[in-house]
Design a binder for this molecule. Structure first.
Ligand SMILES: Cc1ncc(COP(=O)(O)O)c(C=O)c1O
Length: 448
């Protein structure tokens, strides 16, 4: 082991992270886990009896039974067995804090990192664990060597907090932000590619930020094609895949983005505080973590592995989350989520005689369906306030948790579908919106 790397971590016993990540899969010996984990004893047959829908809500989640929860996309929903694992790690940590942090933590983090890298199809040396997508995006944006007049291309659908950070970076470096507009409803992927081509042809773009699945308008972006187009024009690409891990079959080496960030605490259902950053090998030396600590100067993965003393239990609980996905089958889980989201979206559009914000095949675990015009009384304007008010009525009067979005002068509902949802959930939503429309109609006409 490289003695200097040990000293870099300020400890006699810290392991060399880069070295542990370089060991081949055949030769790698994982560290021992000091207790038995949920799911690790299940055989594939053992969970064959698991049905998706209401049964799995009770079996795997802590979600309230009576709440019609159609907003997994916002803050996810952690597997209860993974929360148990978090608690086990917390108790174990405190049983001998020195042993845990000084001797055991880094190899344990490398182990989950290696497993996650295998899950998303990349080399473990190209991926680092972070607390969330925000940390990862901050790290890339604040490391990127922007010069005055360089252009950062974002879209109208870019995540709000990222737009703000881009503004901040521009104010610090003299770079400029250009925002491309995607019009809704989207007709096909070519429409998106044309917008990108047109912007890139204007020149000076150094970095393009693409939301793989935008938060407000969850159309799956054709990122593979977009990466190729950017590369041909010499622009680097940062993909914000906060919603992608679990929702899509990620194969990062094949996709080959420059930078990719994602969250495990959304669709993968990990406890809060777990995400990752992928950086293409030749760009890694230019990226610093948003928080600099002991690993500085010891290599990409070492720099990110320790961001000061905090609770690393959620990261370590990824074992349970990945066991869950592998035992139940990622394709089977995604197939259920997609079919349920699409069936739900069709049910809503049929009940309200309304349209989708994009062709159904461009959606995955979420979909955006326009609300019927009747849900607005004649004197109301379609805006953020109207969206908020309908969302609040659904929450307070119907116990339905679902976001309403105001997009380019139209109101949409953004539905989510995870394994605990069933088509009957969307039936409830369809009825609730019709009854809100009916009540508004009656109230308006009584007041005349
Ligand atoms: C597209 C997108 N990017 C980034 C984020 C930020 O994620 P986090 O708060 O976990 O950092 C979100 C959260 O919803 C998101 O939807």
């Amino acid at each position: 082991m490289d003695l200097q790397a040990k000293r870099d971590f300020g400890s006699f016993h810290a392991s060399n992270v880069e070295e542990l990540l370089s060991i081949s899969e055949q030769e790698y010996v994982p560290p021992e886990i000091p207790f038995s984990l949920p799911f690790s004893n299940y055989s594939f047959q053992g969970l064959n009896h698991v049905y998706f829908g209401k049964k799995s809500k009770e079996m795997f989640f802590l979600l309230e039974e009576n709440c019609c929860f159609l907003n997994h996309g916002a803050f996810g929903g952690a597997l209860k067995q993974a929360l148990d694992t978090v608690h086990m790690w917390q108790r174990y940590t405190e049983s001998q804090p020195l042993r845990f942090f000084d001797r055991q933590l880094l190899p344990l983090l490398v182990h989950v990192s290696r497993r996650l890298a295998a899950f998303v199809g990349c080399d473990p040396k190209d991926l680092v664990l972070v607390n969330n997508a925000t940390f990862a995006t901050n790290s890339v944006l604040s490391s990127f060597p922007f010069a005055p007049k360089d252009v950062i291309l974002t879209f109208n659908i870019t995540y709000g907090a990222v737009k703000k950070h881009v503004q901040y970076i521009c104010s610090k470096t003299g770079a400029q932000n250009r925002e491309a507009v995607i019009q809704f409803p989207v007709h096909d992927k070519q429409q998106v590619l044309d917008v990108l081509e047109k912007e890139l042809s204007r020149g000076d773009i150094k970095l393009v930020i693409i939301d793989h699945i935008p938060s407000n308008t969850p159309v799956i972006m054709p990122v593979e094609d977009m990466i190729q187009i950017c590369r041909q024009r010499g622009a680097k690409v940062l993909i914000d895949g906060a919603h992608a891990l679990g929702a899509l079959d990620l194969q990062l080496t094949k996709m080959d983005p420059d930078y990719y960030v994602s969250n495990a605490h959304k669709w993968l259902c990990s406890p809060k505080g777990v995400g990752f950053l992928y950086v293409k090998r030749e760009l890694q030396s230019g990226i610093r973590p948003a928080v600099i600590s002991h690993g500085f100067g010891s290599g990409f993965c070492s720099e990110f592995v320790w961001s000061g003393l905090h609770d690393y239990s959620s990261m370590l609980s990824l074992h349970t989350v990945l066991d869950f996905w592998l035992v139940l089958g990622p394709d089977r889980i995604r197939d259920y989520m997609y079919k349920t989201a699409r069936a739900g979206a069709e049910l809503l559009a049929n009940s309200w005689s309304s349209q989708f914000a994009a062709p159904l095949e461009m959606f995955g675990t979420m979909a955006l369906v326009e609300l019927p015009a009747t849900v607005m009384s004649e004197h109301e304007t379609v805006d953020y306030n109207a969206a908020e008010s309908i969302q609040n009525i659904l929450y307070h009067d119907y116990n339905i948790e679902v976001p309403i979005k105001s997009v380019q002068g139209h109101l949409y509902v953004r539905i989510s579908a995870h394994i605990y949802n069933e088509v009957s959930d969307y039936q409830k939503l369809a009825q609730a919106i019709l009854s809100i429309a009916q009540k508004k109609y009656l109230k308006y006409h009584k007041s005349l």
